[in-house]
Design a protein around this ligand. Structure first.
Ligand SMILES: [Zn+2]
Length: 533
């Protein structure tokens, strides 16, 4: 059974599903896995008639601990400050560092069909006083929390340590303060220069009532407090937090022992790796969630995350590879299978269920969507590079019928994606410029076998059906007749038409050009006066 349906069967009563993100910099595409899983869980629950609320939170009171995106003069000033209090480094109108990076990330959700019922910002939740009762409970039971850290995570805090970080009244940092006492009304705290390695406290100490946004619970305790505050019943958990004794285990124990509530059901998920590595938030140019969303349309982006079960890692390397065209091909294969057409290659388990979940609109007619004509992405990328081609007419000719309104929209979406891919991600072999005006000098280097192949190809192309598949077959036939390896035949065509040694699929390249030009160019490339001296 599909994993999300399995989960929906295990619960009873209304459900609250939640996920959150610390906005410590540019958010990597892999961070979309949590929200996509959250959405699929909510869809499965609602599909099973379970009343469901979906929440998404931004942990913007967490301390700034990554210097990568700060200007050098801002590093010393900002490290250790709440992310909500650090200025927007891009200065493009956001009230804070946290808002700048979180907004670019959550702005991608709606396009992906992910619509939380509520977004919450922890700086606002703390300021509203809603967290005060949990702060009080954690301080009253500081010894229990210290014991949990030691028992679950083998982390020993000194007896004076209390589970709270105050915003220093002098320097405004939150990552550098330790609470050393609690009298039931106010806490004593110190802002220590050496509490953490990544930020330097100012040395101030004071006593303050830690409510209404003046302090924040540590990560694990804050997590458990949110479950109580919002009544969370299901929460996905990324691999980095899901380790034994890790953040989630600690939060589970705090929920049970301090806030007296069973923790939510957890759905652990693996990372998405770019080129074999887990990308950190601040690295990975061109791999930000909002950048990938510009080149991979929603249906294909959802598929990237959903084609594997949550507990399987995803490998994705969009730069200089065919990873994006392959993702489109896989998406087209899935649609074809759902539409009942014959499909080459392996299919994921439960294709119908998966296809319904990759659609942006959960109420869309899946059968109609699957039946829509989808122009192959690589072919579209090729057509876009041939001057003078009427792409829409070519695509309609391939479909063999006029495009429907929906197919028109798919074509436009894919055209935009292919343009963006060619600009920023495509490998060199997929980029080309047809040399229309003159035979490229590279054609003078063709050997006898290549010339023989092009000569016989010119003859057969004078009458061959003019589509990619037929022309690809004609190229193979001509090469075989001249005893030339197919790769050498393709190289000859790239030399004659593009003036380069590699290129896109040759049959489709020729089909994108007009017959007279192709035949004429083949003859010119093999004319005796082009022979090397
Ligand atoms: Zn300070």
């Amino acid at each position: 059974m599909y994993w999300a349906d399995e989960l929906a069967l295990r619960v009873s009563g209304p459900q609250v599903v939640n996920d959150s993100k610390t906005p410590s910099g540019t958010v990597h595409v892999g961070s979309l896995r949590g929200p996509v899983i959250l959405d699929v869980i909510a869809r499965a629950l609602r599909g099973a008639n379970v009343v469901t609320t979906m929440l998404y939170g931004i942990d913007d009171l967490d301390p700034m601990d990554a210097a990568a995106l700060l200007t050098p003069d801002a590093v010393e000033r900002s490290m250790g400050m709440p992310l909500a209090h650090v200025p927007d480094p891009a200065r493009d109108g956001h009230p804070s560092y946290a808002r700048h990076f979180a907004q670019a990330f959550i702005d991608t959700f709606a396009g992906l069909g992910i619509h939380p019922d509520r977004y919450y910002w922890m700086s606002e939740v703390y300021a509203s006083g809603e967290m005060d009762r949990y702060i009080r409970a954690a301080l009253d039971q500081a010894a229990v929390v210290r014991d949990i850290y030691e028992r679950v995570a083998n982390v020993r805090h000194p007896a004076e340590w209390h589970p709270l970080a105050v915003i220093c009244e002098n320097c405004g940092r939150i990552g550098t303060t330790i609470v050393t006492g609690w009298d039931g009304e106010r806490v004593s705290y110190e802002c220590r220069p050496d509490l953490v390695r990544w930020a330097t406290g100012c040395g101030n100490s004071g006593r303050v009532a830690p409510f209404g946004g003046r302090a924040k619970l540590p990560f694990n305790v804050d997590w458990a407090a949110k479950w109580s505050l919002f009544g969370v019943t299901i929460e996905p958990c990324g691999k980095d937090l899901a380790t034994a004794g890790g953040a989630r285990d600690r939060a589970d124990a705090v929920a049970r022992e301090v806030f007296e509530r069973e923790p939510p059901l957890r759905v652990d998920y693996e990372f998405l790796n770019i080129g074999g590595r887990k990308m950190s938030t601040s690295r990975g140019h061109g791999a930000a969630a909002h950048e990938i969303a510009e080149v991979v349309p929603p249906e294909q982006l959802r598929l990237l995350f959903l084609r594997s079960r949550p507990n399987h890692a995803i490998e994705f390397d969009p730069h200089g590879t065919d990873a994006i065209p392959r993702l489109f091909d896989e998406s087209d294969r899935l649609a074809a299978a759902v539409a009942g057409r014959e499909v080459k290659g392996e299919l994921p388990a439960d294709p119908d269920r998966l296809f319904a979940d990759v659609l942006v609109d959960p109420s869309a007619d899946a059968a109609a969507e699957a039946a829509a004509y989808r122009p192959p992405f690589a072919h579209l990328a090729l057509l876009l590079q041939v001057p003078g081609v009427d792409v829409r007419a070519k695509v309609e000719a391939e479909k063999g019928a006029p495009l429907t309104g929906r197919e028109e929209a798919i074509l436009q979406e894919r055209t935009a994606a292919a343009r963006r891919w060619l600009e920023a991600y495509a490998p060199q072999r997929s980029r080309m410029e047809v040399q229309r005006d003159a035979l490229p000098p590279a054609a003078a280097e063709l050997d006898a076998g290549q010339r023989a192949t092009l000569t016989s190809l010119a003859d057969s192309l004078a009458t061959a059906p003019w589509d990619g598949e037929a022309l690809q077959a004609a190229i193979f036939d001509a090469a075989r007749a001249a005893s030339l390896p197919a790769g050498r035949a393709f190289a000859a065509l790239y030399a004659a038409f593009l003036g380069q040694s590699s290129g896109p699929r040759a049959g489709w390249l020729l089909a994108s050009l007009d017959r007279d030009f192709v035949v004429e160019r083949l003859r010119a490339a093999t004319a005796p006066d082009t022979l090397p001296p």
